[in-house]
Ligand binder design. Structure first.
Ligand code: 5GP
Length: 223
């Protein structure tokens, strides 16, 4: 039993609650630091499992070695879509990204690090999912972070532009917003959100986000 469960009987991951895993969804524009924070969060929070996405884009340097994604070509991805193997998937810029139907270890909750289209699909399937919007502290820092991981100028320009609409759309479905100015501070905030959510009873989405749009009920790209 994780130490958090020993400390507080109500703060329970899925196994001790005896129900479905909770789903946490981290969204935000490119350069917000989602990937780094998602990895740090699962390393720090007991019984939280990070889903590994599939993508049709080319691997960036070091990504294959890190196991960042399952890299497949479009035909393989589309075949998996046809077989219903994705929990959600979306076209992002000119490539496809998808979350396989989650199979976390027994007792673990699920963390997804995905785009806003995917988060809308997750909410359509699991209205109780907790969506967290992560923001970069400024457009300048955002662009610096994108450049640092090797994206070319055109890609950075498109990501920053797309990021603006992602923030607007993401704010409508997010239960929480965290600004990633200082990594350890952002990590502490995310940890607290997960712990508080585990303690609380699931809230109907309509109460949590009365002004948000209804999520799409179809799978796949929503743009
Ligand atoms: P990147 O190319 O920077 O790795 O990812 C592009 C965008 O796709 C990011 O916003 C990232 O969070 C998102 N993403 C990563 N995996 C998935 C996924 O499985 N599904 C969806 N919908 N988006 C994903």
């Amino acid at each position: 039993m994780p130490s958090s469960a020993r400390r507080c009987s109500k703060r329970l991951p899925a196994e001790q609650r005896g129900d479905e895993p909770r789903i946490f969804v981290l969204i935000g524009p490119g350069g917000a630091g989602k990937g780094t924070l998602a990895a740090e969060l699962v390393a720090r929070v007991p019984s939280l499992w990070l889903s590994r996405s599939w993508t049709t884009r080319e691997a960036r340097p070091g990504e294959r070695e890190r196991g960042a994604y399952v890299f497949v070509d479009r035909a393989v991805f589309e075949e998996a879509v046809a077989q219903g193997r994705f929990f959600e998937w979306a076209e992002f810029l000119d490539y496809l990204m998808g979350t396989p139907v989650p199979e976390p270890p027994a007792g673990s909750d699920v963390l997804l690090e995905i785009d806003v289209q995917g988060a809308e699909q997750v909410l359509a399937r699991r209205p109780d999912a907790t969506v967290i919007l992560l923001l970069p502290p400024s457009p300048e820092v955002q662009a610096q972070r994108l450049a640092a991981r090797g994206d070319d100028e055109e890609h950075i320009r498109r990501r920053v532009e797309l990021g603006r609409s992602e923030v607007v759309r993401g704010a409508k479905i997010a239960a929480h917003t965290v600004v990633n100015d200082d990594l350890s501070q952002a990590l502490a905030e995310l940890t607290a959100i997960v712990e508080r959510t585990r303690t609380a009873a699931p809230a109907p989405r309509t109460r949590r986000n009365p002004d948000g749009p209804r999520p799409p009920h179809a799978h796949g790209p929503t743009n």
